[in-house]
Design a protein around this ligand. Structure first.
Ligand SMILES: Cc1cc2nc3c(=O)[nH]c(=O)nc-3n(C[C@H](O)[C@H](O)[C@H](O)COP(=O)(O)OP(=O)(O)OC[C@H]3O[C@@H](n4cnc5c(N)ncnc54)[C@H](O)[C@@H]3O)c2cc1C
Length: 287
């Protein structure tokens, strides 16, 4: 599909490029616009040990290329454990993730583990606990739509813990997850309240104006200043909002995906919003 010039144009709306250099350039532009970043090397569901190691090496190369930008804690990478071996063996995913954490630490950056489908949550949280022994700033995404997530937020609301709260992007069965926007939004607010009332560092990842207003109310209620929580949004989505929150002094971290394995990520972005499918079809139609 990426062979079609028009498809490429649409993909570029959500993906920063295919090469390390394109990712670095996007990060530099965002840094200059006063935005923090978390960079994701696209790929998931790796079933080959060499590919898993290649992905870990790609992160190490990326982090080295970001060194001259001196991002400090405004630089971060996001890692999908399934891209570094989780589908093969937890120990392999842990070893590869450790290599990424070490490379991140050497440039003053941190790592957040993305959360994938519900079958991976226990394994991801177990690997997180092991990574945090040497790299305590390692964060994790928690998906509000899962029934279990309020409990996970409670467990992760201790001091030093970094939790990125998202609504959740995978199609999950009704046996494990809330269905429908209203139920998911309510679950998001319940999780948000736990994290904002806790002692950790909440990373509020949403483009939803209502969730952002509620975060500000909860920050007031629990005496959190602008520096002890942050907002996160995806590359290319609601850039106006990203800039206005950053202009008001908030830390806004943009999730920057890059690489050639963009299909899964791109399809989730289309599925989130019918208007994106319309945009995609219009572009294919040349309008
Ligand atoms: C930084 C970051 C990291 C993430 N990491 C994970 C993860 O690890 N695991 C996971 O399952 N999910 C992850 N997600 C995705 C998340 O779960 C949601 O699917 C996604 O953020 C859409 O939810 P929303 O909170 O923006 O609210 P929604 O109710 O979906 O949307 C609110 C408004 O935001 C805008 N919007 C939302 N999505 C889009 C879009 N695709 N295109 C254009 N406009 C849009 C629209 O204006 C919409 O009305 C992440 C999201 C962010 C921002």
């Amino acid at each position: 599909m990426s062979g079609f010039p028009l498809t490429k144009k649409v993909v570029e709306r959500f993906v920063a490029g295919e090469s390390t250099e394109e990712a670095r350039n996007a990060v530099e532009r965002l840094r200059d616009a006063k935005l923090a970043v978390t960079v994701d090397h696209l790929g998931e569901e790796t079933r080959d040990a060499r590919d898993a190691e290649k992905t870990a090496n790609a992160y190490v190369t990326l982090l080295e290329s970001l060194r001259p930008l001196r991002l400090g804690d405004r630089g971060e990478v996001s890692v999908k454990l399934s891209a570094v071996g989780q589908r093969i063996d937890d120990a392999m995913a842990l070893e590869n993730a450790r290599a990424i954490c070490a490379a991140a630490a050497s440039v003053g950056a941190s790592v957040t583990l993305d959360m994938e489908d519900h079958t991976t949550v226990d394994s991801t949280l177990a690997i997180l606990r092991k990574l945090r022994e040497d790299h305590p700033s390692t964060g994790v995404a928690i998906q509000a739509y899962l029934f279990r997530s309020e409990e996970d937020c409670r467990d992760l609301s201790a001091e030093g813990s970094r939790v990125r709260l998202v609504k959740g992007a995978y199609r999950e069965p009704a046996s494990v997850a809330h269905q429908g926007k209203s139920a998911v939004d309510k679950a998001y607010v319940r999780c948000l309240r736990i994290l904002m009332a806790g002692k950790g560092y909440p990373m509020v990842a949403t483009h939803d104006d209502r969730m952002i207003s509620i975060t500000e109310l909860l920050a007031d209620r629990f005496g959190r200043s602008i520096g002890d929580h942050e907002f996160q949004m995806l590359y290319g989505i609601r850039t106006d909002l990203q800039e206005s929150l950053a202009g008001a002094g908030h830390t806004v971290r943009v999730y920057v995906p890059y690489g050639d394995d963009w299909y899964g990520y791109f399809m989730r972005r289309l599925a989130e919003r019918p208007a994106n499918v319309a945009f995609f079809l219009r572009a294919l139609g040349g309008k």
